[in-house]
Design a protein around this ligand. Structure first.
Ligand SMILES: [Fe+2]
Ligand SMILES: [Fe+2]
Length: 404
């Protein structure tokens, strides 16, 4: 708590957001604003955000924010927007908030500054009060351009010398769906679990857990998480829900394919570890005629089986998702962004520890197309090294992306 002198105006900074859920970076940014000389940070959770859908109700978001901000004496949570209901644009809400917190500044993230031109009435907003903005790692050029542009339009913008770490509410929501809660306050996590928040996909997870071995299930979750992370971080523009499902279900055919069922019947090798002993609890039967004949009984078979089961067991009809599953193992010529993404996330997910994976991840995080090509090359070389059969689709993918 700072000593406040009654005849010196309090310096407020308004920090709006959906806080869905509030995470460690929200708190870090707010604390950093205090270090920049503000006396109070006013956290302003939005009601119904006009530009994004929000599956979790305002009451839950407010309660999570209270828990996340517990013990922070210089944070104020203002419920104004929550109670106004309906669609609220910043240009309409901010004047009323500024009446209450006289002389306040308005804090936005670096991405928001870059996208400010897409907001409702940005010209009005920039004239309402001084703006404090957080830097944005990885988008320096766009950030500097937006900064110069808005300053040129008369905006009074100060840049906070703080680079938020790559935590985002969107990522936190998808991770919570998977039961992963990094970057969230313990009490917020407890609240999420108690109230069953972020469980849109729980039926898919439960069903998948019955179809594949536990270790495979964990790999599916990690692939899903990595794919969503890449889609957000590299701004690939795919629908996150679709990426989530394609990543999660990409290996749902493992265990049900003929290759895997036959392997499960073989005697266990000497010294087999616990994972090998785990039997697939519930292989699912399907019409083998739907699987390309040259894949039946081969390791690549599970990708085709996976696409069939995703449709028949999980009710997925979306072609983009099914394509991501169907070609995640072999690749093919002329792949969609989704197909490249799931192919790559499968070999890059955080549980992978083969030699060279770090370098592949580095290339990917730098550039999606180069990252995908590096993953394709690594998979192709791996088949050659092991002396296995090169599946025709993989050969076609290689010639499409390397010999053109
Ligand atoms: Fe696979
Ligand atoms: Fe996989």
């Amino acid at each position: 708590m700072r000593a406040l002198c009654y005849n010196i105006p309090v310096k407020y900074v308004i920090f709006g957001g959906t806080f869905n859920p509030p995470h460690s970076e929200h708190i870090a940014i707010a604390r950093h604003a205090l270090d920049c000389g503000y006396d109070k940070v006013v956290l302003l959770p939005s009601g119904v955000p006009p530009h994004k859908s929000c599956g979790v109700g305002a009451a839950h978001r407010l309660e999570m924010l209270r828990l996340a901000a517990q013990g922070e004496e210089d944070f104020i949570i203002d419920e104004y927007e929550i109670h106004t209901g309906g669609v609220n644009f910043t240009s309409e809400v901010l004047p009323r908030i500024l009446e209450k917190y006289k002389g306040a500044h308005y804090l936005i993230g670096g991405d928001s500054l870059i996208d400010l031109n897409k907001w409702h009435e940005p010209e009005k907003i920039i004239k309402m009060c001084p703006i404090l903005v957080c830097r944005r790692a990885g988008r320096d050029e766009e950030f500097d351009k937006a900064l110069a542009f808005w300053r040129g339009r008369g905006a009074d913008i100060s840049v906070m010398d703080y680079f938020p770490k790559g935590v985002s509410s969107t990522m936190a929501r998808y991770r919570a769906e998977l039961g992963v809660y990094g970057g969230l306050n313990e009490k917020v996590v407890e609240y999420i679990k108690e109230n069953g928040l972020y469980t849109t996909f729980s039926q898919y997870l439960k069903r998948l857990a019955r179809m594949v071995k536990p270790a495979r299930f964990e790999h599916c979750k990690r692939t899903c998480e990595y794919a969503v992370m890449l889609n957000i971080k590299l701004r690939l523009g795919l629908d996150n829900d679709k990426v989530f499902l394609a990543g999660l279900l990409h290996d749902c055919g493992k265990g049900s394919s003929r290759f895997d069922r036959e392997r499960a019947l073989r005697p266990l090798p000497e010294g087999a570890d616990e994972e090998d002993r785990q039997r697939v609890p519930e292989p699912v039967l399907y019409d083998e005629a739907l699987i390309p004949a040259d894949a039946v009984g081969k390791p690549v078979e599970h990708q085709f089986v996976g696409a069939v089961l995703a449709e028949q067991v999980f009710g997925i009809k979306d072609k983009e998702i099914l394509g991501g599953i169907r070609f995640h193992c072999t690749g093919k010529a002329d792949m969609t962004v989704m197909e490249k993404l799931i192919f790559s996330a499968d070999v890059l997910e955080e549980g992978r520890d083969y030699l060279g994976v770090e370098e592949l991840r580095r290339i990917m995080l730098n550039n999606f197309e180069e990252g995908f090509r590096a993953c394709l090359k690594a998979s192709y070389d791996n088949v050659l090294r092991k002396g296995g059969d090169m599946y025709p689709l993989t050969a076609q993918a290689y010639s499409c992306y390397f010999n053109k």
